[in-house]
Write a protein that binds this ligand. Sequence first.
Ligand code: GTP
Ligand code: MG
Length: 413
Amino acid sequence: MSWFRFGFGKKDGKSDGKPKDGAVPDAAHERAPGAGTHEAPALPEQPPAEAVPPEPGSAPTPPPVSSTDAGAVPLLSGAPPPHASASEAHEPAPPDRPDIRAQPPAPESRGLFARLASGLKKSSSRLTDAFTTVFAKRRLDGAALEELEELLISADLGAAAAARVTARLARDKFDAEVTGADIRAALAAVVAETLQPCEQALDMSGPGPRVVLFVGVNGSGKTTTLGKIAVKMAREGASVITVAGDTFRAAAVEQLDVWSQRAGARFMSRPIGSDAAGLAYDAVATARRDGAHAVLIDTAGRLQNKTELMDELRKIVRVIRKMDETAPHHVLLVLDGTVGSNALSQAEAFIEAGGVTGLIMTKLDGTAKGGALVQVAERYRLPIHFIGVGEGEADLQAFSARAFARALSGLAE
Ligand SMILES: Nc1nc2c(ncn2[C@@H]2O[C@H](COP(=O)(O)OP(=O)(O)OP(=O)(O)O)[C@@H](O)[C@H]2O)c(=O)[nH]1
Ligand SMILES: [Mg+2]
């Protein structure tokens, strides 16, 4: 399965036109691909009226990081806690940031299904153990079907999918003895059918830079996933700009910078406390001017019930549209696979605020509660582009409905 649907328009994006209102981007810090340090602001210009004005005294750059010696980057886990003025409303970053400096080269396909299967083991064994004990040598009657349905619902599968599994079994096996294998097969079939329409490559084709916004709650895996995608795209020949739209935490900026260096991507940031929308506007303007293929914009984590923070997300989208009315081309909601049904309320809030266009579920290598993805897919019918099965750059898989369904059902690849 292909990762992305590429088919970029001309690499020179200049002819895509100027900013609609004639405005030009304001100052930002950039690091060109391969450059060892951040450069001085390249574009000392004005933002549109909507975008927040240039930051006063916006000179300081994030700590320089050598791209030729990634090992010199300080441990992200050791970064001091941020004290940005606006950061109070944001939840603190998880303290256990990993050292993401050196990643062992890993063949992409090696063990990825195994990791998915072991991550979903918690979900799958909860189900399949019960299948074996509750249904061993039992006739499939009405009571058994009801029990099974409850079991599936309690595993975050959702009422609709659970009902389809039992209906399928009732059709094929009613009044006969069922085995754990029968139930696993029915579950896998229903999950695969449900998720199949959601299995979609990320479409990065089209004229001009494709603008992708990464959104989600705190710690869901936005920055890591953006980094993995930047690496993947850059390796496939795209010129990528990464944008540190989490302007609340220095560690977040640094984390993305490290990933950008790994990808050889151009990196844009602003001083802590700056307006993320203004930076995003800048980045899109820069990409159009320089003919970049992709602009990958990180955002700060925000809880879905914090109205003010969700408004900030709306503003980012609105300001990007002032530069390119077709952008953002993708708003990717990054969901943490370990949170279970809370994914539903996250999806609802981010769809409403940010116009989510697609999903990525991370941490499916851990102790994931994968059934929730089925519920989200069922309710919102959004494309699922990728899954994360680890912290390294190779630990991102194109979403496969079949693989997910089999892992969740405790079946072999
Ligand atoms: N095991 C595992 N860990 C992951 C995966 N994706 C991300 N992580 C880890 O999850 C933690 C949070 O990831 P980030 O990418 O910083 O999450 P974020 O959404 O950017 O976090 P905030 O910016 O604080 O909102 C980090 O320790 C990542 O290494 C994954 O697929 N599997
Ligand atoms: Mg982040």
